[in-house]
Design a protein around this ligand. Structure first.
Ligand SMILES: [Mg+2]
Length: 368
C-alpha cells in the first residue's frame, strides 16, 4: 500500500454564544481536517488543532509535508513521524507538531481500516467498549446552579468549571457548585493559566474543603518552576498537558509528579503515536490519563475515545457540553456527545480505524 494523495481542509465556525474562558471570549474557532488517500482505496482522516489561521496549517501540510508522504507505505507510521519531525531543525513545538498530529491520526485511521479493527484494539490491553467522561464546562461567568442542573440532567457524574475571575469570586463559585451537586459528583476547575503562583495557592487552599478532583492549568504552562513549587504546596492535585506538544514536553510534568492528571490533546500532541507514548510514561509514574478535547472536533473526540479505551491509566475523556458543528455535524453518525452519556460513560466507535464516517458536505460548508 502506498500514499497517493494528502489533502488539508481548513474549517471554521462562528459561535452564536461566545464561549468564555479566562483568556478570551471565543466567537470563532477553526480546525484543519486532513485526508490521506492510498492506492488501494483506503483513506484515513485526521485533525490538526488550529484554533486560528487554519489556512496556514493547510499550506504547511500541503507544501512542506505532503512531498515527504507521497509514495510512502502508510503503515510505517513511526518512520514517517520521525521524517516529518526532522523538517524542523530545533526544539519541538508549535504549528508543525499540530500539523504532524493531523497526519499521524489519518495514518492510524488507515492502519485500523487495513487491519479491519477499531483502533483501540491495536493499541493497548484494555479493550473498553465504553469510557468514562467528564462534562466540560461551566464557563467563566456562567450562572452555576442552572449550568450544574443542565449538565447533571445529561447523566454526568464529573463536572468541570472554568475559573478566571478574582480568587474570592471563584472560591464562592466553587462552594456554590459543590452545594448544587451534593457529595456524589466529582468536580474540577480549569483556570486556563490566568493566575499568579500566589493566587493559585489561595485557590487550592480555599477550595480543598470542597474536594476538587483537580486544579487545571493554574499557571502559565512555560513556568515549570512555579508548577513544581505549587505542586509541593497545593492540597488539590494539579492537572495539565493540553499545552504540551510531545511526550518529551510532558515527561517533565509526569516524572516530577507535578501533575496527577496528564491531559494531552491528540490533535496537538503529535497525534496518536505521541499520545500513546505519553500515556505509557504517565502510567509508569502513577499519573492518570485524561485526554483533552476543548474546542476541537469529532476526529479529536474519536481518537481520544480510542486512546482512553486502550490505556491502563485512563481517568476520563473531556466531553464538551457546549454546541459545536465541528463535533455535531462533521460525522454522519453522532458519537461521544454530551446527550449520549450513560452512567458517566460514552461508547467507543466499533467500526475499523477511527470508526467514523465524515460528512463531506459539512466539510464543504464549513470551509474556511
Ligand atoms: Mg483546559
Amino acid at each position: 500500500m502506498r500514499i497517493r494523495q494528502v489533502r488539508a481542509f481548513p474549517l471554521s465556525l462562528r459561535y452564536d454564544q461566545p464561549q468564555r474562558t479566562s483568556q478570551r471570549a471565543y466567537t470563532m474557532v477553526s480546525i484543519c481536517l486532513i485526508r490521506v488517500d492510498t492506492d488501494d482505496g483506503i483513506f484515513g482522516v485526521g485533525e490538526c488543532l488550529a484554533r486560528f489561521g487554519a489556512t496556514a496549517y493547510a499550506r504547511l501540510v500541503e507544501d512542506l509535508l505532503r512531498p515527504r508522504l507521497l509514495d510512502r507505505n502508510p503503515l510505517e507510521i513511526g518512520a514517517i513521524w520521525d521524517e516529518l519531525r526532522s523538517t524542523l531543525n530545533g526544539r519541538s513545538g508549535g504549528i508543525l507538531f499540530e500539523a504532524i498530529a493531523g497526519i499521524d491520526i489519518a495514518l492510524w485511521d488507515i492502519k485500523g481500516k487495513a487491519f479491519g479493527r477499531p483502533l483501540y484494539q491495536l493499541f493497548g490491553g484494555y479493550e473498553r467498549s465504553r469510557v468514562p467522561v467528564y462534562a466540560s464546562s461551566i464557563m467563566v461567568g456562567e450562572d452555576v446552579p442552572s449550568a450544574a442542573e443542565r449538565i447533571r440532567s445529561c447523566g454526568f457524574d464529573k463536572i468541570k468549571m472554568k475559573i478566571g475571575e478574582s480568587v474570592p469570586t471563584e472560591l464562592e463559585r466553587i462552594a456554590t457548585l459543590r452545594k448544587c451537586v451534593g457529595d456524589d459528583v466529582t468536580i474540577m476547575v480549569d483556570a486556563n493559566y490566568i493566575y499568579t503562583e500566589h493566587e493559585a495557592l489561595q485557590i487550592a487552599d480555599g477550595a480543598a474543603e470542597h474536594r476538587l478532583e483537580w486544579l487545571e492549568e493554574p499557571l502559565n504552562p512555560e513556568n515549570r518552576q512555579a508548577y513544581h513549587r505549587l505542586a509541593m504546596r497545593s492540597r488539590v492535585p494539579l492537572a495539565a498537558g493540553e499545552s504540551e506538544f510531545t511526550a518529551h514536553d510532558a515527561a517533565d510534568l509526569i516524572t516530577s509528579r507535578t501533575v496527577d492528571y496528564i491531559q494531552p490533546d491528540v490533535t496537538r500532541h503529535g497525534g496518536i503515536s505521541e499520545c500513546l507514548r505519553t500515556a505509557v510514561l504517565a502510567d509508569i509514574f502513577d499519573v492518570k490519563f485524561a485526554p483533552h478535547v476543548g474546542f476541537s472536533g469529532a476526529i479529536c473526540v474519536a481518537a481520544s475515545l480510542h486512546l482512553a479505551a486502550a490505556a491502563s491509566n485512563t481517568y476520563a475523556v473531556e466531553c464538551m457540553t457546549t454546541p459545536s458543528a465541528f463535533r455535531e455535524e462533521l460525522t454522519a453518525v453522532p458519537f461521544g456527545f454530551y446527550n449520549q452519556v450513560e452512567a458517566g460513560t460514552v461508547s467507543v466507535p466499533q467500526d475499523p480505524g477511527l470508526g467514523i464516517e465524515i460528512d463531506w458536505e459539512t466539510v464543504e460548508r464549513l470551509g474556511a
